[in-house]
Write a protein that binds this ligand. Structure first.
Ligand SMILES: Cc1cc2nc3c(=O)[nH]c(=O)nc-3n(C[C@H](O)[C@H](O)[C@H](O)COP(=O)(O)OP(=O)(O)OC[C@H]3O[C@@H](n4cnc5c(N)ncnc54)[C@H](O)[C@@H]3O)c2cc1C
Length: 393
């Protein structure tokens, strides 16, 4: 099927709600993805290869730490940042995950909780893509409930000694530095964040193989056996579980936008296919009511998701966003995107399962996106707690 260039999905003149700068960020990112990622992504996905060659060009466009101010960062508004992640994820959730981790889960905590020296050491280099980071919160035994973590830090003299295991860590083995969350024994097991460089003795990483999701992203386990780090590697303003949760809020916000990109890719592909594919009396399958119903569902849900996340972004810019707003956007938009992937796959029939088309890759990716950064059900509980005042975890 000849591919028609992606023109975006805008049913209700949504673009009129965006500023010129916001549209420019979106269009620049879209062009970058079209020129650089779309031509190689299926090969990367098949091979389970992270397209590392795109790190420098992405840095040059200001994608890393894009919403931070200073230290060479682009200082984008939250809607600009969101539109960027949307376009990245239209390309691939794995590549968007890489950018989200580098930005929201590594640069953000250094920016928010770090000393000036830590900021100067890491942020400009990470912005340029010269240094990569990962975020170690999840453990083999503690995912949705990270507060139960077993990783411990013990202060001895002017050092901390870290012991523990982290699991499912995006960019784990390619990162130069890991933000590791650990309970500090000398502080009544308070959770604090540490910067652990990958060459510290006792620190090792092992990649997860056999993933059917986010294949273009590196996912690793991290192990720390008596890893000594100087006390200057403690992120000094981290203060309990709320600190990593603040990081997750940043990343979840980007995911809520990103999922729309994946949904748009699937919808666009299914729409083009339905118009060209003929069955029965030489008519396009798009002429059948049931196919139109699926396309209608998708365009309606994508449009609602766009409005939801735009309002959340505007609230974030105004400093008024609450974590439950971000939970609603993440939960709804990822669910919506996964449903779009399933309906689109269905419209493509047998072709839908082949990687000549992006749909099955998006569908498999979105299964991880549904689980990480708070599962769909955990976000139900966060919203439920917000509306009832009752903790149901
Ligand atoms: C590809 C990938 C990349 C990842 N990258 C990172 C990363 O970079 N850094 C990092 O720290 N982590 C990362 N994660 C881990 C991710 O955040 C966890 O997988 C997620 O938090 C869920 O934890 P879990 O897998 O242990 O599932 P569990 O917590 O065991 O949950 C399993 C099921 O039980 C449900 N459940 C759990 N508690 C409740 C409850 N109270 N009520 C109702 N249902 C409940 C869940 O909703 C889910 O359906 C990644 C995961 C994946 C798949």
């Amino acid at each position: 099927m000849p591919a028609i260039k992606f023109k975006g999905v805008d049913f209700i003149q949504y673009d009129s709600l965006l500023t010129e700068e916001e549209r420019l960020v979106r269009d620049t990112t879209r062009q970058f993805i079209e020129d650089n990622l779309i031509p190689i992504i299926e090969e990367c996905n098949r091979a389970g290869r992270f397209p590392r060659e795109l790190v420098k060009p992405m840095a040059d466009l200001g994608f890393f730490g894009a919403s931070l101010k200073g230290y060479g960062c682009a200082g984008m508004g939250n809607v600009e940042y969101g539109l960027m992640t949307q376009e990245l994820e239209r390309g691939d959730s794995g590549v968007r995950s890489f950018v989200s981790v580098q930005s929201g889960l590594v640069m953000y905590p250094i920016y928010e909780f770090g000393s000036e020296e830590q900021k100067q050491t890491w942020l400009p280099a990470m912005q340029k893509g010269e240094k990569l980071g990962c975020f170690g919160l999840t453990e083999p035994g503690f995912g949705s409930n990270p507060g139960g973590m077993k990783t411990r830090a013990r202060k001895v003299g002017n050092e901390y000694i870290l012991n523990g295991e982290k699991m499912w860590i995006t960019s784990g083995s390619i990162a130069d530095v890991a933000v590791i969350w650990a309970k500090v024994e000398n502080e009544n097991d308070k959770i604090r964040g540490f910067l652990v460089e990958k060459d510290r003795p006792g620190f090792t990483s092992d990649d997860v193989h056999g993933k059917w999701s986010l294949r273009a992203s590196v996912t690793s386990g991290l192990s720390m056996q008596d890893v000594h780090i100087p006390e200057a590697n403690l992120l000094p303003k981290t203060d309990g579980l709320k600190s990593p949760l603040m990081c997750l809020n940043q990343a979840r916000y980007g995911i809520a936008w990103g999922a729309i990109g994946a949904a748009m890719s699937c919808y666009d592909c299914a729409l083009q296919y339905a118009i060209l594919r003929k069955q029965w009396r030489d008519q396009p399958i798009a002429s059948h009511q049931l196919v139109q119903d699926k396309l209608t569902w998708m365009i309606s849900e994508i449009t609602k998701a766009q409005l939801l996340v735009l309002q959340v972004g505007r609230l974030k810019d105004a400093g008024k966003v609450e974590h439950q707003h971000i939970s609603m956007a993440k939960r709804n938009n990822v669910w919506m995107a996964l449903e779009c992937a399933r309906l689109s796959r269905d419209i493509l029939g047998a072709n839908g399962v082949a990687d000549d088309y992006p749909i099955m890759r998006h569908m498999m990716n979105l299964e991880s996106v549904k689980t990480y950064e708070g599962t769909h059900d955990v976000h139900s509980l966060i919203i439920g707690q917000s509306v009832t005042g009752i903790d149901a975890f």
